[in-house]
Write a protein that binds this ligand. Structure first.
Ligand code: SF4
Length: 325
C-alpha cells in the first residue's frame, strides 16, 4: 500500500470569544481508515467542514493526528520528527488549492521547473532545463515557458504547480481542490494534466467537493460527513446508497439539507429523508461492508447495514411508519 491510515482521529480545542469562556473540544476527524494502492486514484469528498482536508493534510504530515496510525509506502509516518521526514518528503507531494502562493512571482515557468530538477532531482543544469521543457510541454505549456506567474491564467498557474510536483516523480500526490475557482474548461485541462502524467504506480488522493470530478477520475471514493467516512465505493461500478451521499451525487443539484448535524446517533439523523431504523437517533452507525457481489462497498447506515436481511429490505419501497416493509 502507498497509504494505509488506521483509525485516524483529530481533535482541536476551540476557545470562546472571552478569556473566561469555556474551551470546547472539536472533533474534526473521528476514526477514519484510508487505503491507497499503487496506481490507484481515490477521492475524499464532502462539504466543507466534513474533515476531508484535515485527513489529507495529516496523511502528508502537515498536521499531526491526535491518535491513529499513518503508514506511507510501508513506513510509519506519524510521530516522525520533521528532520526524519525531510529526506522522504519528495516522495509524498501536496498540490495546494492556492497555486499562486506556491509560486515564486519572480520566476518563469521554465525557471520553476528547472530549479526543481536541479535542486531536488539531482540533475545537471543542461539536463534539468531540457527535462523541464519536456515536462511543461507535456502539460500543454510549451508556449508559456517564459511567462511569470502574474502573466499566467489560473489554469496555467495550476499546471506549473503540478509540473513542480510531477518533476519529483513522487509515490503519492495529494491534490487539495486543485480546480477550485476555475471555469469548467480549465478544470478539465488541470485534471488531465495531473492524471495523465501521474508517475507509474504512484497513488493519488483528490480532495474535492465536485462529485463529477470524483466520478470521472477516481477508482474509489470516500464520502465524508462530520469527520467520518460514511460511504466508500467505486462509483464507476455502483451508485451511492447512503442518503447523504445520494444527495451529494445528485446530478440535478438537489439542495443539501440545512439542519444542523446531530451530535447523538447518526450525524445525518435530523436531515435524513428516510430514518428507517429506531437506532438512528441513539447509536452511531459504523462503516460496514455491504455483502454484494461487487464487494468493497462500505456504508455507515443502520437501515442499510443492520444485517443481510435488512440490506434487501432497504432496497424495497419505504413505508412511512418507521418500519421497513
Ligand atoms: S443511519 Fe438512519 S438517519 Fe442515518 S442515514 Fe441511515 S437511515 Fe438515515
Amino acid at each position: 500500500m502507498i497509504v494505509d491510515v488506521k483509525n485516524l482521529v483529530k481533535t482541536f480545542e476551540q476557545r470562546g470569544t472571552f478569556p473566561w469562556s469555556p474551551v470546547r473540544e472539536v472533533r474534526a476527524v473521528q476514526g477514519v481508515n484510508v487505503q491507497v494502492a499503487p496506481g490507484e486514484i481515490i477521492a475524499l469528498v464532502g462539504q466543507s467542514g466534513s474533515g476531508k482536508t484535515t485527513v489529507s493534510r495529516m496523511i502528508l504530515g502537515l498536521e499531526e493526528p491526535t491518535s491513529g496510525e499513518i503508514w506511507l509506502d510501508g513506513q510509519r509516518w506519524d510521530g516522525l520528527s520533521e528532520r526524519e521526514r525531510r529526506p522522504l518528503r519528495a516522495k509524498f507531494q501536496y498540490v495546494p488549492q492556492d497555486s499562486m502562493s506556491a509560486l515564486n512571482p519572480q520566476q518563469t515557468a521554465l525557471e520553476h521547473i528547472t530549479e526543481t530538477f536541479l535542486v531536488l532531482g539531482g540533475k545537471s543544469k543542461g539536463e534539468a532545463q531540457s527535462s523541464a521543457r519536456e515536462l511543461l510541454s507535456s502539460l500543454g505549456l510549451e508556449e508559456r515557458l517564459h511567462a511569470l506567474p502574474r502573466e499566467m491564467s489560473g489554469g496555467e498557474q495550476r499546471r506549473v504547480t503540478l509540473a513542480r510536483v510531477l518533476a519529483l516523480n513522487p509515490k503519492l500526490i495529494v491534490a487539495d481542490e486543485p480546480t477550485s475557482g476555475l471555469d469548467p474548461d480549465r478544470r478539465d485541462s488541470v485534471l488531465e494534466a495531473l492524471f495523465g502524467n501521474l508517475p507509474k504506480d504512484a497513488g493519488c488522493i483528490l480532495v474535492t467537493h465536485d462529485m463529477s470530478e470524483a466520478k470521472q477520475w477516481c477508482n474509489r471514493i470516500y464520502v465524508m460527513l462530520a469527520g467520518r467516512a460514511i460511504e466508500v465505493l467505486d462509483v464507476r461500478k455502483e451508485e451511492p446508497q447512503h442518503p447523504y451521499a445520494k444527495l451529494l451525487f445528485d446530478p440535478w443539484g438537489a439542495p443539501l439539507p440545512e439542519k444542523e448535524l446531530s451530535k447523538e446517533g447518526c450525524p445525518f439523523h435530523s436531515n435524513c429523508p428516510i430514518v428507517l431504523h429506531s437506532k438512528c437517533a441513539q447509536e452511531l452507525p459504523l462503516l460496514t461492508e455491504l455483502t454484494t457481489d461487487s464487494s468493497d462497498h462500505w456504508i455507515a447506515c443502520h437501515a442499510l447495514c443492520a444485517d443481510p436481511e435488512s440490506q434487501k429490505k432497504s432496497q424495497a419501497p419505504i413505508s412511512t411508519d418507521g418500519e421497513t416493509p
